[in-house]
Design a protein around this ligand. Structure first.
Ligand SMILES: NC(=O)c1ccc[n+]([C@@H]2O[C@H](COP(=O)([O-])OP(=O)(O)OC[C@H]3O[C@@H](n4cnc5c(N)ncnc54)[C@H](OP(=O)(O)O)[C@@H]3O)[C@@H](O)[C@H]2O)c1
Length: 284
């Protein structure tokens, strides 16, 4: 049995959809905070159990019988995420899992100024100490492109802080590849990068967007502090603006510059590029 956490979320849910195409439903379990939101999986024969990283006993129960457990990283900025991930790793070990997989982040290496990296580095260290074989899927940046580009479609300008090369990746591709890893013969020990094959900058994106829309899209680099002040002025909490700023700082430091070939290998096709995602967005 393969048990997946976070299956009521985007990445975990799509991973389960891909597992259902590859293995019988009775070999799939999910551990979710709210079982009512997983009825669509229960209806298709998936074992649905309640589990939250705050509750070790519930986790052990929801992981029971799992040969592999996929831990989807949590995302609460106010929680002790490393402590919660420790609960999850310990429960997977106690349940007798023979491999633990974890959704880490591309560029999760010491010196990356984007704080979630530290959570992933610490969780990978917990996995390494667990005594159980583990795989950290260091997933490329897959958030909505507008989240990092800003309202360029309305303004015709990508006015953001200095960025750097990033292999913007499609979450659905990562989910499919995760299901391939979980069900395949190949084992991956330790961290592996799952990213689109090419890293692009906002200068590249501006060119792509100009070609797609048929009107010039300009790239303007904003001063960091001015950008933070502008975010606060439109109601973004300062803490949130400063957290996001560290992402641009990480990108410009080259923390996300290296794209890897593994995602394409696992998919057996080219992953979706930033240009394709932009084209779909423009068409919509
Ligand atoms: N690589 C990237 O670009 C990128 C971007 C965004 C996020 N991430 C990371 O990757 C994770 C998955 O991404 P996503 O897009 O699938 O996010 P998502 O849709 O927000 O899903 C997160 C899942 O984690 C579950 N979760 C959160 N806290 C938990 C806890 N304490 N105990 C048990 N489950 C918990 C949530 O449960 P509920 O369904 O009950 O809320 C949800 O199902 C995120 O949580 C974040 O750590 C990576």
């Amino acid at each position: 049995m393969i048990v997946v956490t976070g299956a009521t979320g985007g990445l975990g849910g799509t991973t389960v959809e891909h597992l259902l195409k590859r293995i019988p439903a009775d070999q799939i379990g999910i551990s979710v905070r709210d079982t009512a939101r997983a009825q669509h999986f229960a209806d298709r024969g998936v074992r649905v159990r309640q589990g939250t990283y705050e509750d070790p006993a519930a986790l052990r129960d929801s992981f029971a019988g799992a040969e592999q457990v996929l831990l989807v990283s949590g995302n609460d900025p106010d929680a002790d995420m490393v402590g919660l991930h420790r609960n999850a790793v310990e429960a997977a070990v106690a349940a007798g899992a023979r491999r633990i997989l974890y959704t880490s982040q591309h560029g999760a290496v010491p010196g990356n100024p984007y704080p979630p990296s530290d959570i992933h580095i610490a969780t990978e260290a917990l996995l390494d100490d667990s005594g159980v074989p583990w795989t950290a899927l260091r997933n490329g940046a897959y958030g909505p492109l507008d989240q990092v580009l800003g309202p360029w479609q309305r303004t015709g300008v990508i006015a953001q802080p200095q960025d750097g090369p990033v292999p913007y990746t499609d979450r659905a591709d990562i989910a499919e590849a995760t299901a391939v890893v979980l069900t395949g013969d190949r084992s991956f020990d330790g961290p592996v990068d799952l990213t689109a094959p090419n890293a692009v900058t906002f200068d590249d994106v501006a060119e792509i967007a100009s070609a797609l829309t048929g009107r010039p899209v300009e790239r303007v680099v904003l001063d960091d502090e001015q950008w933070v002040a502008d975010r606060i002025a439109i109601g973004v909490p300062e803490q949130m603006a400063r957290l996001m700023l560290t992402w641009y700082q990480a990108a410009r430091s080259g923390c996300f510059a290296e794209a890897g070939p593994l995602l394409a290998e696992l998919l057996g096709r080219e992953p979706r590029t930033a240009a394709e995602r932009l084209a779909a967005h423009v068409a919509a």
